[in-house]
Design a protein around this ligand. Structure first.
Ligand code: G1P
Length: 294
């Protein structure tokens, strides 16, 4: 069984739900207080032992590259004014991983974006982390849990999942368990991408933005026709790959925020702010104050 050493982060979406902020700023750079959300995604991969990361970008996303690059001038200015801690902090961002970038030339869907990672990944198994799904990792990084599951299943395809309420199933890829689905890991033999009605969903377990995929997924992606929404769906390629590689749902431990959604984004900011040493207490008293006004 091959070790997982590479991660792919698709960051090519237009971010239309966050206009006007995303007119000039990539949605991946929207901050959770003062940390761009994509930094949390990269940190999750790094905590799971992955150093080689491909970020798939489109259009004007140079700010993402700049964020993970060295900014010698800023560092120098910070050091000159005695702000060594901040200088170290910005340097650490540049040093934490080997990040490369590739452009997805047309917005043809998640499957198409992942297919563009083929030259970077080759024929190895790899991790995929979607930026719209921010997952707390105080206990364990979600992608690390998936990698453990990959090892336990001797190279299975692993989907990071959670149970979601019936009315939300239409937003996700929903898995069909083989037999019982009440444990935190179980085999899957089918998937439905964005079921229009809960009655069409094969369970209440949705895939939430984390995957460990076999290198053979590229073969299936190359043969995947446009599916839901006219897009090349990763779900369809994973479904087809089940014929050669067993697939498992792994229910991860962390709390997941849908930061591609405005309310999900605000919730993430509040929860992450509450946990911080510098402003956590202040935020807490402010929320209490607000609650008392009702
Ligand atoms: C994508 C996948 C879907 C998955 C979701 C996770 O959808 O196609 O299967 O459940 O991410 O957040 P998107 O949210 O990009 O439309």
């Amino acid at each position: 069984m091959q070790k997982i050493t590479k991660a792919v982060i698709p960051a090519a979406g237009l971010g239309t739900r966050f206009l006007p902020a995303t007119k000039a700023l990539p949605k991946e750079m929207l901050p959770i207080v003062d940390i761009p959300n994509i930094q949390y995604i990269v940190e999750e991969a790094v905590k799971a032992g992955i150093k080689d990361i491909l970020i798939i970008i489109s259009g004007a996303k140079e700010t993402i590259e700049d964020h993970f690059d060295v900014n010698a001038e800023l560092e120098m200015r910070l050091r000159a004014s005695g702000k060594d801690e901040q200088a170290d902090q910005i340097r650490a961002i540049a040093d934490m991983a080997n990040i490369v970038y590739i452009r997805q030339k047309e917005p043809k869907g998640l499957g198409h974006a992942v297919l563009s990672a083929k030259p970077f990944v080759g024929n190895e198994p790899f991790a995929v982390l979607l930026g719209d799904d921010l997952i707390t990792d105080d206990i364990k990084p979600a992608i690390g849990e998936l990698i453990e599951a990959y090892e336990e299943t001797n190279g299975g395809t692993i989907l990071g999942c959670k149970r979601v309420p019936q009315n939300l199933l239409k937003k996700y890829g929903v898995v069909k368990p083989v037999g019982e689905s009440n444990s935190t890991m179980f085999q899957v033999n089918d998937m439905v991408e964005k079921p229009k009605d809960p009655s069409l969903a094969p369970s209440d377990v949705a895939v939430l933005g984390r995957y460990v995929l076999p290198g053979s997924i590229f073969h299936y992606l190359e043969n995947t026709k446009p599916g839901v929404g006219g897009e090349i769906q990763l779900t369809d390629a994973i479904k087809a790959s089940m014929e050669t590689n067993p697939c498992y749902a792994k229910v991860f431990t962390g709390t997941r925020y849908d930061i591609g959604d405005k309310f999900g984004y605000v919730k993430a900011i509040i929860d992450y702010a509450l946990k911080r040493d510098d402003i956590g207490e202040q935020v807490k008293s402010y929320i209490k104050e607000l609650a008392n006004q009702d």
